[in-house]
Design a protein around this ligand. Structure first.
Ligand SMILES: C[S@@+](CC[C@H](N)C(=O)[O-])C[C@H]1O[C@@H](n2cnc3c(N)ncnc32)[C@H](O)[C@@H]1O
Length: 263
């Protein structure tokens, strides 16, 4: 079959999410509608967490289990966790709770989330624009980072040493904020770096600086490798790390996600 470029690439991100990842497909929407309709009728405080468990679907559970598996891999390593591209903070919340379960007294396992909170910057390649990425895509509501801080603090309260703040949100374009963060955190060792910014320029910028802080045994996690509609992440990894240097692993329940151990 003859490839028909770029017609397969020029869908909007939302369209792609609908068609390719199934994240917002009809079956999930049915669950959301049922959830919204029943919210007032199901007590949120019941012992077996009915509301969350009743409506967490296969894709949500797969992502939770993926981070559970990755977290178990870093228990016993030194360092903080950085997530690049946090959006509404679903992964940060998960990580904070996993820390509370697996190493509740490791107050040096700080969890740091980087995001513009205003979506993609304008620094996008032509290919990325053709794929549907645009400045402002994935923007959260104005001031959302303050709400997220409250949510994350509430999660932190449910685990030991809750009087110590062990997470940080860094707002801004990582091509500006990450260098400063490295400078003001000269002691930071990074044991897990999660790349989920979808775009080439910020991913490359961070990759070029982060390895020096990552000892052997730490994890590099990628959300969009080998993903045609978000080519930037793969290109950045090819240019900075070289695919042939990585022993990439893949979890069949999380199609777009890959990870490797720094060797
Ligand atoms: C796919 S979303 C992240 C999803 C998130 N990891 C989660 O688990 O829900 C991509 C995020 O990358 C952020 N982003 C894109 N370019 C960025 C940049 N240059 N600096 C900081 N964040 C950026 C966007 O604002 C967006 O929130």
């Amino acid at each position: 079959m003859v490839a028909n470029y770029p017609s397969g690439l020029n869908k909007s991100v939302d369209q792609f999410a609908l068609e390719a990842t199934g994240h917002d497909n009809e079956r999930r929407q049915t669950l959301r509608d049922l959830h919204a309709g029943l919210m007032g009728q199901i007590p949120t405080s019941v012992w077996n967490k009915t509301s969350a468990m009743l409506f967490a679907d296969r894709i949500t559970l797969s992502r939770l289990m993926y981070f559970n598996d990755r977290y178990k891999e870093i228990v016993g390593t030194t360092g903080v966790i950085c997530e690049f591209g946090t959006l509404y903070g679903g992964t940060l919340s998960t990580l904070i709770n996993l820390r509370g379960m697996y190493e509740p007294y490791n107050y040096l396992r700080r969890i740091v989330g980087f995001d513009t909170f205003s979506g993609f910057t304008d620094d996008l390649s032509d290919v990325e624009r053709e794929s549907g990425l645009h400045a402002g895509g994935y923007a959260t509501p104005s001031g959302y980072e303050r709400e997220l801080e409250r949510v994350l603090a509430a999660h932190e309260q449910n685990s030991p040493i809750s009087h110590l703040r062990k997470f940080e949100l860094v707002k801004g374009d990582v091509t500006e904020t990450f260098d400063t963060w490295l400078e003001v955190n000269p002691s930071a060792v990074i044991s897990m770096a999660i790349f989920d910014m979808d775009a080439y320029a910020p991913t490359k910028h961070v990759l070029e600086r982060i390895l020096e802080r990552m000892p052997k045994g730490s994890l590099l996690c990628f959300d969009e490798l080998n993903y045609p509609n978000f080519p930037g992440e793969t290109v950045a990894v090819r240019e900075v790390l070289g695919l042939h240097n990585l022993r990439l692993r893949h979890d069949p329940n999380n199609t777009t996600m890959s990870w490797c151990v720094v060797e």
